[in-house]
Design a protein around this ligand. Structure first.
Ligand SMILES: [Zn+2]
Length: 296
Protein backbone atom coordinates (compact mmCIF):
# COMPACT_ATOMS: atom_id res chain seq x y z
CA UNK A 1 0.00 0.00 0.00
CA UNK A 2 1.28 3.44 -0.91
CA UNK A 3 2.15 5.66 2.00
CA UNK A 4 0.29 8.54 0.57
CA UNK A 5 -2.89 6.79 -0.35
CA UNK A 6 -5.90 8.10 1.49
CA UNK A 7 -7.63 5.00 2.77
CA UNK A 8 -10.66 6.69 4.15
CA UNK A 9 -12.73 8.93 2.06
CA UNK A 10 -14.38 12.14 3.06
CA UNK A 11 -11.83 13.36 5.61
CA UNK A 12 -12.17 17.11 5.64
CA UNK A 13 -10.89 19.72 8.05
CA UNK A 14 -13.28 22.58 8.69
CA UNK A 15 -11.77 25.93 7.71
CA UNK A 16 -11.72 27.22 11.30
CA UNK A 17 -9.54 24.27 12.36
CA UNK A 18 -7.01 24.64 9.56
CA UNK A 19 -3.66 25.85 10.81
CA UNK A 20 -1.90 28.26 8.53
CA UNK A 21 1.42 29.98 8.77
CA UNK A 22 0.62 33.65 9.30
CA UNK A 23 1.42 35.81 6.30
CA UNK A 24 4.35 38.18 6.31
CA UNK A 25 6.39 36.53 9.05
CA UNK A 26 9.46 36.18 6.86
CA UNK A 27 11.14 38.36 4.29
CA UNK A 28 13.31 37.03 1.49
CA UNK A 29 15.64 39.54 -0.16
CA UNK A 30 15.03 39.59 -3.93
CA UNK A 31 18.74 40.35 -4.55
CA UNK A 32 20.73 37.96 -2.34
CA UNK A 33 17.88 35.65 -1.22
CA UNK A 34 18.76 36.09 2.46
CA UNK A 35 15.83 35.34 4.70
CA UNK A 36 15.06 37.57 7.69
CA UNK A 37 12.13 37.90 10.04
CA UNK A 38 9.67 40.58 9.05
CA UNK A 39 10.25 42.30 12.41
CA UNK A 40 14.00 42.53 11.68
CA UNK A 41 13.30 43.73 8.14
CA UNK A 42 11.02 46.47 9.47
CA UNK A 43 13.61 47.44 12.09
CA UNK A 44 16.12 47.98 9.26
CA UNK A 45 13.56 50.17 7.46
CA UNK A 46 13.02 47.49 4.79
CA UNK A 47 16.69 47.18 3.80
CA UNK A 48 18.58 43.88 3.61
CA UNK A 49 21.04 43.21 6.47
CA UNK A 50 23.38 41.34 4.12
CA UNK A 51 23.46 43.17 0.76
CA UNK A 52 21.72 46.43 1.77
CA UNK A 53 19.09 46.09 -0.96
CA UNK A 54 16.54 48.86 -0.41
CA UNK A 55 13.03 47.50 -0.67
CA UNK A 56 10.29 49.78 -1.99
CA UNK A 57 8.30 51.32 0.83
CA UNK A 58 5.24 53.55 0.96
CA UNK A 59 4.83 57.26 1.68
CA UNK A 60 3.38 56.44 5.11
CA UNK A 61 6.51 54.41 5.99
CA UNK A 62 8.75 57.39 5.24
CA UNK A 63 6.52 59.68 7.31
CA UNK A 64 6.66 57.21 10.21
CA UNK A 65 10.42 57.11 10.48
CA UNK A 66 11.22 60.67 9.42
CA UNK A 67 8.79 62.61 11.58
CA UNK A 68 9.48 62.68 15.32
CA UNK A 69 7.23 60.32 17.31
CA UNK A 70 5.46 59.42 14.04
CA UNK A 71 3.51 62.65 14.49
CA UNK A 72 2.59 64.61 11.37
CA UNK A 73 -0.30 66.46 9.80
CA UNK A 74 -1.30 65.31 6.36
CA UNK A 75 -2.16 67.93 3.73
CA UNK A 76 -4.95 67.57 1.13
CA UNK A 77 -5.57 63.97 2.19
CA UNK A 78 -8.90 63.71 0.38
CA UNK A 79 -7.95 65.05 -3.05
CA UNK A 80 -9.24 62.66 -5.65
CA UNK A 81 -8.77 62.25 -9.39
CA UNK A 82 -11.35 63.41 -11.96
CA UNK A 83 -11.67 62.02 -15.48
CA UNK A 84 -11.23 65.06 -17.74
CA UNK A 85 -10.61 63.00 -20.90
CA UNK A 86 -13.21 60.25 -20.35
CA UNK A 87 -10.32 57.89 -20.90
CA UNK A 88 -10.87 54.20 -21.53
CA UNK A 89 -8.15 51.57 -21.98
CA UNK A 90 -8.83 48.03 -20.74
CA UNK A 91 -11.26 49.69 -18.36
CA UNK A 92 -12.70 53.14 -17.77
CA UNK A 93 -10.33 55.44 -15.89
CA UNK A 94 -12.74 56.24 -12.99
CA UNK A 95 -13.24 52.49 -12.50
CA UNK A 96 -9.48 51.93 -12.48
CA UNK A 97 -9.03 54.70 -9.92
CA UNK A 98 -11.83 53.31 -7.74
CA UNK A 99 -10.40 49.77 -7.90
CA UNK A 100 -6.88 51.03 -7.06
CA UNK A 101 -8.22 53.11 -4.17
CA UNK A 102 -9.94 50.04 -2.81
CA UNK A 103 -6.91 47.77 -3.24
CA UNK A 104 -4.35 50.19 -1.79
CA UNK A 105 -6.36 52.29 0.65
CA UNK A 106 -4.77 55.35 -0.98
CA UNK A 107 -6.41 58.30 -2.74
CA UNK A 108 -3.64 58.88 -5.29
CA UNK A 109 0.08 58.36 -5.91
CA UNK A 110 1.42 61.04 -3.56
CA UNK A 111 0.88 62.02 0.07
CA UNK A 112 2.09 65.23 1.67
CA UNK A 113 2.52 66.15 5.32
CA UNK A 114 4.26 68.54 7.67
CA UNK A 115 5.84 67.81 11.03
CA UNK A 116 9.13 67.87 12.92
CA UNK A 117 12.34 66.12 11.92
CA UNK A 118 14.60 66.01 14.99
CA UNK A 119 12.88 69.21 16.07
CA UNK A 120 13.19 70.95 12.69
CA UNK A 121 9.99 71.87 10.87
CA UNK A 122 9.69 70.17 7.49
CA UNK A 123 7.17 69.61 4.69
CA UNK A 124 7.43 66.23 2.95
CA UNK A 125 5.68 64.91 -0.16
CA UNK A 126 6.26 61.21 -0.84
CA UNK A 127 5.05 59.07 -3.72
CA UNK A 128 3.32 55.68 -3.59
CA UNK A 129 4.38 53.40 -6.43
CA UNK A 130 1.55 50.95 -5.87
CA UNK A 131 -1.00 53.55 -6.98
CA UNK A 132 -0.92 53.15 -10.81
CA UNK A 133 2.89 52.93 -10.86
CA UNK A 134 3.33 56.16 -8.93
CA UNK A 135 2.23 57.95 -12.08
CA UNK A 136 1.94 61.72 -12.09
CA UNK A 137 -1.62 62.81 -12.78
CA UNK A 138 -3.36 66.09 -11.89
CA UNK A 139 -3.79 65.08 -8.25
CA UNK A 140 -0.09 64.29 -7.83
CA UNK A 141 0.90 67.61 -9.43
CA UNK A 142 -1.64 69.62 -7.48
CA UNK A 143 -0.77 68.04 -4.12
CA UNK A 144 2.93 68.65 -4.68
CA UNK A 145 2.24 72.24 -5.79
CA UNK A 146 0.16 72.87 -2.65
CA UNK A 147 2.78 71.25 -0.40
CA UNK A 148 5.39 73.61 -1.90
CA UNK A 149 3.02 76.55 -1.28
CA UNK A 150 2.60 75.44 2.31
CA UNK A 151 6.38 75.24 2.73
CA UNK A 152 6.81 78.73 1.23
CA UNK A 153 4.04 80.35 3.27
CA UNK A 154 5.30 78.82 6.52
CA UNK A 155 8.99 79.19 5.65
CA UNK A 156 9.68 75.47 6.10
CA UNK A 157 12.15 73.39 4.03
CA UNK A 158 10.61 71.01 1.51
CA UNK A 159 11.55 67.38 0.94
CA UNK A 160 10.24 65.50 -2.10
CA UNK A 161 10.53 61.70 -2.13
CA UNK A 162 9.99 60.52 -5.70
CA UNK A 163 9.14 56.98 -6.82
CA UNK A 164 7.40 57.04 -10.14
CA UNK A 165 6.98 55.51 -13.57
CA UNK A 166 6.41 58.99 -15.02
CA UNK A 167 3.36 60.61 -16.56
CA UNK A 168 -0.12 59.12 -16.10
CA UNK A 169 -1.20 57.94 -19.53
CA UNK A 170 -4.90 58.25 -18.68
CA UNK A 171 -4.55 62.00 -18.13
CA UNK A 172 -2.31 62.64 -21.15
CA UNK A 173 -1.71 66.40 -21.58
CA UNK A 174 -3.07 67.19 -18.09
CA UNK A 175 -0.36 64.96 -16.71
CA UNK A 176 2.37 66.79 -18.62
CA UNK A 177 1.10 70.17 -17.36
CA UNK A 178 2.03 69.07 -13.83
CA UNK A 179 5.71 69.24 -14.81
CA UNK A 180 5.45 72.96 -15.55
CA UNK A 181 3.25 73.67 -12.53
CA UNK A 182 5.48 71.95 -9.97
CA UNK A 183 8.62 73.47 -11.52
CA UNK A 184 7.11 76.97 -11.35
CA UNK A 185 6.16 76.46 -7.69
CA UNK A 186 9.70 75.31 -6.93
CA UNK A 187 11.07 78.44 -8.58
CA UNK A 188 8.96 80.53 -6.17
CA UNK A 189 10.28 78.48 -3.25
CA UNK A 190 13.83 79.09 -4.42
CA UNK A 191 13.15 82.82 -4.80
CA UNK A 192 11.95 82.89 -1.20
CA UNK A 193 15.29 81.37 -0.16
CA UNK A 194 13.77 78.16 1.23
CA UNK A 195 15.69 74.89 0.80
CA UNK A 196 14.36 72.07 -1.36
CA UNK A 197 15.82 68.58 -1.07
CA UNK A 198 14.85 65.95 -3.63
CA UNK A 199 15.25 62.29 -2.74
CA UNK A 200 15.06 59.91 -5.71
CA UNK A 201 14.11 56.33 -4.87
CA UNK A 202 13.64 53.21 -6.95
CA UNK A 203 12.41 53.88 -9.62
CA UNK A 204 12.34 57.57 -10.58
CA UNK A 205 11.69 57.96 -14.29
CA UNK A 206 9.87 59.87 -17.03
CA UNK A 207 8.24 63.24 -16.43
CA UNK A 208 9.05 63.12 -12.73
CA UNK A 209 12.81 62.98 -13.41
CA UNK A 210 12.28 65.64 -16.07
CA UNK A 211 10.70 68.06 -13.58
CA UNK A 212 10.60 68.32 -9.78
CA UNK A 213 12.80 65.30 -8.95
CA UNK A 214 15.91 66.88 -10.50
CA UNK A 215 15.30 70.46 -9.33
CA UNK A 216 16.48 70.12 -5.73
CA UNK A 217 19.03 72.40 -4.13
CA UNK A 218 20.30 68.94 -3.23
CA UNK A 219 19.42 65.95 -5.39
CA UNK A 220 20.05 62.79 -3.40
CA UNK A 221 19.12 59.14 -3.94
CA UNK A 222 18.75 55.79 -2.24
CA UNK A 223 21.42 53.16 -3.13
CA UNK A 224 20.73 51.13 -6.25
CA UNK A 225 17.69 53.19 -7.29
CA UNK A 226 16.84 53.18 -11.00
CA UNK A 227 16.94 56.79 -12.17
CA UNK A 228 16.37 57.85 -15.75
CA UNK A 229 14.04 59.44 -18.25
CA UNK A 230 13.27 56.73 -20.82
CA UNK A 231 13.77 53.08 -19.89
CA UNK A 232 16.94 51.18 -20.93
CA UNK A 233 15.13 49.14 -23.61
CA UNK A 234 13.81 52.26 -25.37
CA UNK A 235 17.27 53.89 -25.30
CA UNK A 236 18.97 50.74 -26.55
CA UNK A 237 16.56 50.50 -29.47
CA UNK A 238 16.97 54.19 -30.27
CA UNK A 239 20.75 54.40 -30.24
CA UNK A 240 21.28 50.82 -31.43
CA UNK A 241 24.11 50.24 -28.95
CA UNK A 242 24.58 48.19 -25.81
CA UNK A 243 24.34 50.20 -22.64
CA UNK A 244 27.16 50.32 -20.07
CA UNK A 245 26.93 48.15 -16.95
CA UNK A 246 24.94 49.66 -14.12
CA UNK A 247 23.40 52.21 -16.51
CA UNK A 248 20.73 54.36 -14.79
CA UNK A 249 21.57 53.14 -11.28
CA UNK A 250 21.86 55.85 -8.62
CA UNK A 251 25.62 55.17 -8.43
CA UNK A 252 26.04 55.62 -12.21
CA UNK A 253 23.95 58.80 -12.18
CA UNK A 254 26.01 60.21 -9.28
CA UNK A 255 29.27 59.39 -11.05
CA UNK A 256 28.04 61.40 -14.02
CA UNK A 257 27.33 64.43 -11.88
CA UNK A 258 23.55 64.43 -11.55
CA UNK A 259 23.34 63.56 -7.85
CA UNK A 260 24.94 65.20 -4.83
CA UNK A 261 25.09 62.06 -2.71
CA UNK A 262 23.58 58.65 -2.11
CA UNK A 263 22.09 58.04 1.28
CA UNK A 264 21.36 54.78 3.09
CA UNK A 265 17.75 54.83 4.28
CA UNK A 266 18.88 54.01 7.82
CA UNK A 267 20.96 57.21 7.84
CA UNK A 268 18.44 59.40 6.00
CA UNK A 269 16.94 61.11 9.05
CA UNK A 270 20.34 62.03 10.51
CA UNK A 271 21.76 63.19 7.17
CA UNK A 272 18.71 65.38 6.54
CA UNK A 273 19.03 66.82 10.04
CA UNK A 274 22.69 67.71 9.41
CA UNK A 275 21.93 69.19 6.01
CA UNK A 276 18.95 71.26 7.17
CA UNK A 277 20.84 72.51 10.25
CA UNK A 278 23.72 73.57 8.02
CA UNK A 279 21.35 75.32 5.59
CA UNK A 280 19.57 77.07 8.45
CA UNK A 281 22.88 78.48 9.70
CA UNK A 282 23.83 79.75 6.26
CA UNK A 283 20.38 81.13 5.44
CA UNK A 284 20.64 84.15 3.18
CA UNK A 285 18.32 87.01 4.10
CA UNK A 286 15.31 87.20 1.79
CA UNK A 287 15.64 89.87 -0.89
CA UNK A 288 13.71 92.94 0.18
CA UNK A 289 11.48 94.78 -2.25
CA UNK A 290 13.89 96.77 -4.39
CA UNK A 291 11.51 99.75 -4.55
CA UNK A 292 11.56 100.12 -0.78
CA UNK A 293 15.37 100.22 -0.71
CA UNK A 294 15.66 102.80 -3.49
CA UNK A 295 13.17 105.20 -1.89
CA UNK A 296 14.83 104.89 1.53
ZN1 LIG B 1 19.97 41.06 0.22
Amino acid sequence: MSWFKRVEKGIVTPTEQKKETPDGLWYKCPECKTVATMAEHKRLLSTCAKCNHHDRIDAADYFDFLFDNQAYTELDADMHSADPLHFVDTKEYPKRVAATEKATGLKDAVRSAHGQLNGLGLVVAAMDFKFIGGSMGSVVGEKIARAIDYARQNRLPFLMISRSGGARMMEAGYSLMQMAKTSAKLALLSEAGIPYISLLTDPTTGGVTASFAMLGDFNIAEPGALIGFAGPRVIKETIGKDLPKGFQSAEFVQEHGFLDFIVDRKELKQKLTNLLTMLQKTEVPVKKDTKASTTA
